[in-house]
Design a protein around this ligand. Sequence first.
Ligand SMILES: NC(=O)C1=CN([C@@H]2O[C@H](COP(=O)(O)OP(=O)(O)OC[C@H]3O[C@@H](n4cnc5c(N)ncnc54)[C@H](OP(=O)(O)O)[C@@H]3O)[C@@H](O)[C@H]2O)C=CC1
Ligand SMILES: CC(=O)[C@@H](O)[C@H](O)COP(=O)(O)O
Ligand SMILES: [Mn+2]
Length: 392
Amino acid sequence: MRKVSVFGATGSIGESTFDLLMGQGGAEAYDVVALSGGRNVARLAEQARALKADIAVTAFEDCLPALREALAGSGVEAAAGAQALIEAAHRPADWIMSGIVGAAGLAPGFAALSQGTTLALANKESLVTAGPLLMAEARAHGATILPVDSEHSAIFQGLVGEEIGAVERVIITASGGAFRDWPLERLAQATVAEASSHPNWNMGQRITIDSASMFNKALEVIEAKEFFGFTPRQIEVLVHPQSIVHSIVGFRDGALMAHLGVPDMRHAIGYALNWPERQKLPVARLDLAAIGSLEFRAPDTERFPALRLAREVMETGGLSGTVFNAAKEIALDLFIAGRIGFLQMAALVEAVLEDMSKGQGLGIAAVDLDMVLDCDAEARARALVISEQGRI
Ligand SMILES: NC(=O)C1=CN([C@@H]2O[C@H](COP(=O)(O)OP(=O)(O)OC[C@H]3O[C@@H](n4cnc5c(N)ncnc54)[C@H](OP(=O)(O)O)[C@@H]3O)[C@@H](O)[C@H]2O)C=CC1
Ligand SMILES: CC(=O)[C@@H](O)[C@H](O)COP(=O)(O)O
Ligand SMILES: [Mn+2]
């Protein structure tokens, strides 16, 4: 039986993965090694019982007593904390879902790659913060990374049987998020509740707000550079309000190959779970005649400066992705906590990038994970100082 683990099992990506595993035979078909979650230990225990996992890990040590209680009598081992997540990711598995949100997913992802597994990567922050190291770790251990982010899965599928040198461009589609048509003045007043509702996708709160600010697309542009090795000039962004075309690959003969499907992450996750085969998936089928028309338009980098910042980060390279992601995570925390406004998120990220570029600059490549984690911590601390000083 195929051994699988799911990190971030209680989240939006995790629940879709759980649904697919259950639909494809559950504990009868898969030998489930580890499931991880955060504070939702009741759900984590339910999933672990249903899939007969060997171990369930909560990221937070104060949640361990509740997890132990919820697993009592099940035979599933319980563990907690950042180190326990890494140890669980070292447990041999053939397929591991990286569905933790934020840079917290980086160390477990690295640990998983070091055992030469197949890593289904939803955690785009890993590639933004430490892309070259992560890809090198995969190569060094003969591991495979399969993209799960819908746009990157679409591009990956568009490249099957193609020569990477024949690719001229990739067009990453963007819904435009909750505020696609809002004028700049209104964006300044946008609330957390308004930003937490996506027009097409049902996702965790953090990525949903990132979609509204287009920081999600900014992360995805960098993710495409790091994963596929495209140059920044090859990567375009196109606003497509319906989220039906998940991305497009353009070849040197001018042909464009688009991937279409309903906005349901079970599509991309199911592709990664069954790769290199395709299995029947429980997703709605597209009725293009009912949809009638699809719209496309250029993105607006004035209202959404995150896209401009992503271009700067790609040009600088090195540790700028680490700083970008860390500052963005703090900016998002501050916005959710009501301490900064919606537009101040991009202003804060830009200020941290500027601040940390002084001296030797951010173009230096990280040599190891510790260097990335140190830079991440420094960027978070600087972001807090800059916001407390009212410099945005
Ligand atoms: N949702 C989607 O459709 C898509 C998501 N992605 C990416 O996938 C990842 C997951 O997103 P999503 O599922 O929406 O996020 P959710 O917030 O829904 O879920 C996050 C998961 O991570 C756990 N978690 C939270 N904080 C920590 C932490 N500090 N350490 C370890 N685990 C933690 C949560 O636990 P708990 O809930 O129990 O507290 C939960 O299991 C992100 O990187 C996102 O960008 C990419 C494309 C689409
Ligand atoms: C489902 C997925 O991959 C998300 O990243 C989605 O693309 C977010 O939508 P936006 O295009 O609005 O950022
Ligand atoms: Mn995406």
